[in-house]
Design a protein around this ligand. Structure first.
Ligand code: V55
Length: 407
């Protein structure tokens, strides 16, 4: 793949480390100067405006779903993000039944509320906590873990797995010759995958002969002829997708909602006092700091031009939804968290055929988690002595979130 126009010098100087620390300044400039740009450090194009992301993400006549080379290295194929046509229909049809809103409504209160209560109870008497490690991440992984049938896997193990897979998935940097810039960065993902298989293989063996109501048991059996199950090699790549993004991102979203509200103490107060505002607070946080900031791509089946950039067939264009959600054409002062902004739809759940299958489930996990947290600890306050650092280019959220309260 070659860049068709000259890459401006400043783009050639972008490094992975800078993108991970704070991608916003680069992407602000890209939106203005070159909305679909080839980034040498990544070895592919990025689409950075809302219009370009909608055009590329939403038109499956020209564009196939694709993950980055580092994503493919981490998950293997076939996975639901990378599959297209009938193969995608099959995998999407497999994961969707338990995530349909009507189905989520049937189970989500009974599933998530006790989990959220349990993790609130574990911190409420201490008067202080890192809400990322002690609340947002555990509530996120336990909720999905129990839905999938992974009750026997501890929350800490599920957190470790998504962290390791995430390091590997976003290890996108390449050298000028196309080789990986940091091959060591795939080791954590390789370790996690081996451990996941060792833990899940016996569970799968059991579900084959004793189906139950867990999502993974349904993945094995649903839609298969009597007496047959899906081959586990067809499931594992999509299991890894779930054990990364679906485990990690509701936690990111919850933490970013709290961090966003802390930038406007008056808005924080209003949401704590009126839980009906929690949904809106979450929606604005997904726009403000999109948990899946830049993690899926598309590839074009024919030559095409987007936002003035010619893309020969077979180009890889990363959808920078976290940047699209700061597009100045759609949002005033986009870098500000504002509960009261006009509810212009965001792209945090993507677009088109590959739009997030878990958007409703994820939002409900966040809503119930924050309802329980604010109800039990209404005097929750930011620990002003601790910085709030956001980190991540592929996936983004606060690294830690220190709070204290009177007990
Ligand atoms: C995405 C979603 C994932 C994941 C990696 O960009 C990337 C979407 C739902 O999980 O693991």
């Amino acid at each position: 793949m070659t860049a068709v126009h000259e890459t401006p010098a400043w783009i050639a100087e972008i490094t992975m480390a800078e993108l991970e620390r704070n991608p916003y300044p680069f992407y602000e400039r890209l939106r203005k100067e070159c909305p679909v740009a080839f980034i040498p450090a990544l070895g592919f194009h990025v689409a950075t405006t809302k219009e370009a992301c909608q055009e590329v993400g939403g038109n499956s006549d020209i564009w196939d779903g694709l993950i980055s080379p580092a994503g493919g290295r981490t998950f293997g194929h076939p996975n639901v993000l990378n599959a297209n046509g009938p193969e995608h229909d099959e995998l999407r049809g497999m994961v969707e039944p338990s995530l349909q809103p009507a189905e989520v409504n049937r189970y989500v209160e009974d599933l998530v509320r006790p989990i959220a209560r349990r993790y609130v109870e574990a911190i409420e008497d201490a008067g202080r906590a890192d809400l990322v490690a002690q609340f947002c991440e555990p509530v996120s992984v336990r909720s999905l873990g129990d839905l999938m049938g992974l009750q026997s896997v501890s929350s800490d193990k599920l957190r470790e797995w998504f962290h390791k897979l995430s390091v590997s998935f976003t290890n996108a940097g390449v050298l000028e010759n196309g080789d990986w810039a940091n091959p060591e960065g795939f080791k954590p993902g390789d370790e996690a995958r081996a451990e996941i298989r060792a833990v899940l293989d016996p569970l799968i063996d059991k579900w084959i002969v004793e189906p139950d109501d867990s999502a993974l048991s349904h993945w094995l059996h649903d839609g298969m002829p009597e007496g047959q199950v899906r081959d586990r090699e067809q499931l594992y790549p999509t299991v890894f997708v779930f054990l990364l993004g679906a485990m990690q991102e509701p936690g990111h979203a919850m933490a970013s909602t709290i961090a966003g509200l802390w930038t406007k103490p008056e808005q924080f107060e209003r949401v704590v006092d009126d839980p009906k505002l929690i949904r809106r607070a979450i929606t604005e946080s997904m726009r403000w700091t999109s948990p899946i900031w830049s993690a899926v791509a598309r590839t074009n089946k024919v030559d095409t031009t987007v936002a003035g950039t010619f893309l020969p067939a077979g180009s890889l264009v990363m959808l920078s939804y976290g940047s699209a959600n700061h597009d100045e054409n759609d949002y005033n002062a986009p870098s500000e968290y504002d509960l009261d902004r006009a509810p212009v739809p965001h792209l945090a759940f993507g677009a088109g055929k590959h739009a997030c299958a878990g958007s409703y489930f994820a939002s409900e996990v966040c809503r119930i988690g924050l309802e329980e947290l604010f109800e039990a600890i209404p005097n929750l306050e930011r620990d002003e002595d601790k910085e709030i650092d956001f980190w991540g280019w592929g996936f983004r959220g606060p690294v830690e979130l220190h709070a204290h309260w009177e007990v």
